[in-house]
Design a protein. Structure first.
Length: 694
């Protein structure tokens, strides 16, 4: 069981807990309630578990959009912030857009839904039986496909990815309707399990039979449920006779990426005629410029939708396509095919070319100058260890237009996270946990006490989540081994590492000598911590932040504090580091190893975001920069919590500008703790003095 319901300890109500994804959501009630088991098949929509309570009202401690549906699934009401709706007695399913997908059902009951500035309240005309059902968004491969190293066999294996889609209409642009593709293993023969039901969507991708072409096309093939066939020239075809070339002046890889973005985006717009009929900002922005009947399009077969979408000029919609979460650069060798399902599950853009090979991790001149200061303190264990030349092979992938960059291959990436198959497997096999979020901080050098004090003030400050934070000082190798092998959500190391181990009071601990580790995620804020971080991932961790070279203590403190704050706000590791790099000229020396999409804590209000503000003549301009997570992935929606604002947005990349007067902006900043960029400085919303920003 990955989903559980538990009574609250501190007040009447219950918590919905996703034990795999470490998510929880509180539902408050006026008086204590008894939780009784309930059947899941009474809901119109899939749920993993359900309970029944009896109550006169419930309160959700956040502002969420609430859809109220009748028994036929039709929308009876939709209630946004600062709105209220009263419905007469009937049977209803309430669909609040909470972090854990939750449905609530009442029978023959009048309902009043009110969403104010900081909470959501649902009241009934009398005490009533309320059924609450929820489903986990944890998803794993339903089967394993074996392929040989031959490109045609890899093509047949990739063709199975579309079987994981839970819908073949525009609704699949919602992340909850895109299941995890089958796992891939490279073996001696092609073996596709008989229970994999490959879709027939009427779309075919014709591709040159080489691994680079197949890898690049894999996310597009998955999203379309497309058939794959060998051909000399790459193109997309449909069973209605439509043909679209993927070999253009922009190049094959660029064209495939643009095609995926265009089809996905127009699905997001078209789906506003379907299950959630919302006012979408992106639809309003493009509708005057495209000759599309979205109501008619929604009803058409997928192949016909694709043909219609691809006749829309890309430059007409380009500025409105959400910023893509991830570009994955991959070395197109057979072994790396085994990581494709995890890349595709992220709907990443895939690139195989334009990686610059390097002999060492370069250090910018301004960074070199910092090391010559008289007062400099580094995190190197010794001068010899800090300056020892690396024998590693480095690669610097060409940055693409995505929020985050990743690399799959044997080399060490510069400016991108390093993905590994072991990390993805550990994420899928993550143990259930309904207990506190466990954070272990280790400080193995007293001179670095500043960072320890800072992070001690940050971790566990969330009122809505239970934390267990423990700080350890000056550990021996045996003590550190115990910390690493004990289960914990996050391990924050402050001290020294060398390529062959953590520096402890009585020597060095090399993680390669440890059988397995219990930490899920980590920050190794020490010099040259890449090797030990990669070993942690191989031994059981999911992901962590490491350094490629020597780092200065003051820069490391800034990076450590910023990462701690961002993780505490619910940012994924990879996004947290992307933002934190800007806090120090040493930021380029940090990368993520493993599955950097993992989060340590859940966000307080949906998709994590960083704000940018600037004063104008009447108040302020506000931009929201959204960072998708594995839970709130590409295709998720958000509504800025601003009074009289009625549009939803696709929650990836920049939203805005929103024009706010000072009182409105002050209320907005206090709603949740988020990072705020003003000029060159990074602030935090609940402590920002707007007088500094004028």
């Amino acid at each position: 069981m990955t989903l559980t319901f538990e009574p609250l300890d501190d007040r009447p109500g219950l918590a919905v807990i996703d034990q795999i994804e470490r998510q929880r959501y509180r539902i408050h009630t006026p008086t204590p309630v008894a939780l009784r088991e309930a059947a899941t098949d009474v809901f119109q929509y899939p749920v993993g578990d359900a309970v029944r309570i009896r109550t006169r009202a419930i309160e959700l401690p956040t502002v969420v959009m609430v859809y109220v549906r009748d028994d036929a699934g039709a929308i009876a009401a939709e209630v946004a912030q600062f709105e209220s709706e009263t419905l007469p007695a009937d049977d209803y399913v309430l669909d609040p857009l909470t972090q854990i997908k939750t449905y609530m059902r009442v029978e023959d009951t009048a309902v009043e839904v009110t969403v104010d500035s900081d909470r959501t309240r649902i009241e009934f005309d009398a005490p009533t039986d309320l059924l609450i059902g929820a489903r986990s968004q944890h998803d794993r491969p339903a089967a394993t496909v074996t392929t040989t190293e031959q490109p045609t066999d890899v093509m047949a294996a990739v063709e199975t990815f579309g079987s994981a889609l839970k819908a073949y209409d525009p609704e699949r642009s919602y992340p909850t309707l895109r299941g995890h593709p089958p796992a891939l293993e490279v073996g001696d023969s092609l073996d596709i399990p008989t229970d994999i039901d490959r879709p027939d969507t009427g779309v075919t991708l014709e591709l040159p039979p080489d691994l680079a072409s197949i890898f690049v096309a894999a996310p597009l093939s998955y999203y379309l449920g497309a058939s794959l066939v060998p051909a000399s020239e790459p193109r997309l075809t449909t069973d209605t006779g439509f043909t679209y070339s993927l070999d253009t002046a922009r190049g094959f890889e660029s064209e495939v990426g643009r095609t995926l973005k265009r089809l996905f985006f127009l699905d997001c717009v078209t789906r506003t005629e379907g299950f959630h009929q919302i006012d979408l900002h992106e639809r309003a922005a493009i509708e005057p410029y495209v000759d599309l009947n979205f109501q008619s399009l929604y009803q058409q077969p997928l192949a016909e939708q694709v043909a219609t979408y691809l006749q829309v000029p890309y430059d007409v919609i380009e500025d409105h396509i959400p910023k893509w979460r991830l570009t994955t650069h991959i070395d197109p060798v057979p072994a790396n095919a085994e990581q494709l399902p995890y890349v595709v599950d992220d709907l990443a853009i895939v690139r195989t070319h334009q990686q610059q090979r390097l002999n060492q991790a370069s250090v910018p001149a301004e960074v070199e100058a910092e090391f010559t200061r008289d007062d400099v303190i580094t995190r190197a264990a010794s001068s010899d260890a800090a300056t020892a030349p690396s024998e590693a092979d480095y690669v610097e992938p060409q940055a693409e237009d995505s929020l985050e960059q990743a690399w799959i291959g044997d080399s060490i990436p510069i400016g991108a996270s390093k993905l590994t198959k072991a990390a993805f497997e550990h994420r899928l096999d993550r143990d259930t946990n309904a207990e506190d979020i466990t954070i272990r901080v280790v400080q193995n050098d007293a001179r670095m006490d500043e960072e320890r004090q800072v992070v001690d003030d940050v971790y566990g400050t969330r009122d809505d989540l239970p934390f267990d934070v423990t700080v350890h000082d000056d550990l021996t190798t045996a003590e550190l081994r115990t910390v690493l092998t004990t289960d914990a959500e996050f391990f924050h190391y402050i001290g020294h590492t060398e390529h062959d181990g953590f520096v402890c009071r009585d020597g060095k601990l090399d993680v390669t000598t440890v059988d397995s580790v219990g930490v899920d995620t980590f920050l190794l804020n020490a010099c040259n911590s890449y090797n030990q971080g990669l070993a942690l991932v191989e031994k059981g961790a999911i992901a962590g932040i490491v350094t490629l070279n020597e780092v200065l203590n003051d820069g490391a403190v800034r990076i450590g504090e910023t990462v701690a704050r961002l993780l505490n706000c619910g940012f994924p590791l990879r996004a947290a580091l992307t933002i934190a790099r800007g806090e120090s000229i040493l930021g380029g020396q940090y990368i993520v190893v493993g599955d950097g999409g993992v989060t340590v804590t859940q966000s307080e209000g949906g998709t994590p975001n960083m704000l940018e503000i600037a004063p104008n003549e009447t108040g302020f301009k506000l931009f929201m920069n959204m960072y998708p997570t594995d839970i709130d992935g590409l295709g998720s929606i958000t509504m800025p919590l601003v009074e009289d604002y009625s549009y939803h947005h696709l929650s990836s990349g920049e939203i805005g500008p929103l024009l706010l007067e000072r009182p409105e902006l002050e209320d907005f900043l206090l709603a949740q703790e988020v990072p705020v960029q003003f000029g060159e400085e990074l602030y935090w919303s609940t402590s920002l003095d707007l007088s500094e920003a004028t």
